[in-house]
Write a protein that binds this ligand. Structure first.
Ligand code: ASP
Length: 302
């Protein structure tokens, strides 16, 4: 029997899984393990799509989105468009624990973090500034349908703890060169994340504008509730959304990158599944049964 399990998006998810599995093995609650797992990625300046060193918006400012959901009571804490704090998932945790609300945005979230003594910090690094300057030059040179390289990713973590608690967490700087105030799927309950102890948890990464059209994470958890495995639920929910949007992909003037989506899920037995509509989605996972970290390429939906 699996006592605990944790999975995280992208190769940088390995760091999250390492931190989270140590905590889960020691018996801490899933929400603490997931928060720390997400924070490890947020604080690493070499990961250019999350937290410190994240991708700036079109005005050169790093605006972050993050969330946590506790499957025991469906409690949610999320923040969006937050500037100047290295660990937005920490603010999301405060929102979950200490407010009657689920989502705080922008200045309100920043003031709330100040009031709870979280330290302000510089998010723009030399390399995120240089990458932003390069993108700005490329955009200025491109005539129509500009490709914006370097794009985006989200750390998404799902976990089962030793008490049977299921948690989901996310954190991202969102799309490169986004408009100030743009919010993706990652802090939106049901779209970028969902967790229910009675069914499982899911997180999403990729083009938030598409993911939110299908409330993908909720759709996956709902399929698991009806008996689907995490793998079946990920494939069916993502496949259904892609088929529904087929004639609209790529959307408007979006680039090919803006058609990409990937999902990751876990159930109450610690089974993990994932799916993507492209060939580049790797995820990391570890369970108490094997005790060793795996990095796996997700299956592509057909
Ligand atoms: N889903 C994120 C967003 O749209 C970006 C990503 O995961 O690639 O903000």
């Amino acid at each position: 029997m699996v006592r605990w399990a944790i999975a995280a998006t992208w190769p940088f998810g390995q760091m999250a899984v390492e931190v989270g599995s140590r905590l889960l093995a020691s018996g801490v609650m899933g929400i603490d393990a997931v928060e720390e797992a997400v924070r490890a990625v947020e604080l690493d300046p070499s990961i250019d799509s999350v937290g410190v060193g994240g991708i700036p918006n079109i005005e050169g400012e790093v605006q972050l989105d993050a969330a946590l959901m506790r499957g025991r009571d469906l409690a949610v804490g999320a923040v969006a468009g937050v500037k100047g704090f290295s660990s937005p998932v920490g603010i999301a945790r405060l929102v979950l624990e200490k407010t009657p609300h689920h989502l705080l945005v922008g200045e309100g979230a920043e003031r709330y973090a100040d009031a709870h003594g979280l330290e302000r910090s510089q998010l723009l690094t030399q390399s995120s500034l240089e990458a932003w300057q390069k993108r700005r030059e490329q955009l200025a040179q491109a005539s129509s349908s500009p490709e914006v390289p370097g794009s985006h990713d989200t750390i998404g973590v799902v976990a089962l703890d030793q008490r049977g608690g299921i948690t989901a967490g996310t954190s991202t700087s969102g799309l490169a060169m986004k408009l100030p105030g743009r919010v993706g799927d990652s802090p939106l309950v049901g779209s970028g994340f969902y967790a229910d102890d009675l069914a499982g948890a899911a997180v999403a990464t990729g083009c938030g504008e598409l993911i939110m059209r299908g409330c993908l994470s909720y759709a996956i958890v709902d399929l698991m509730r009806s008996g689907a495995s995490p793998q079946e639920a990920c494939g069916d929910a993502l496949g259904g959304l892609v088929r529904r949007l087929e004639k609209d992909l790529p959307v408007r003037s979006a680039t090919e990158d803006m058609t990409k989506m990937a999902v990751l899920a876990i159930d109450g037995e610690g089974n993990v599944g994932a799916a993507a509509n492209h060939a580049e989605f790797d995820y990391a996972y570890c369970t108490s049964k094997e005790g060793k970290l795996h990095l796996v390429r997700a299956s592509i939906i057909n």
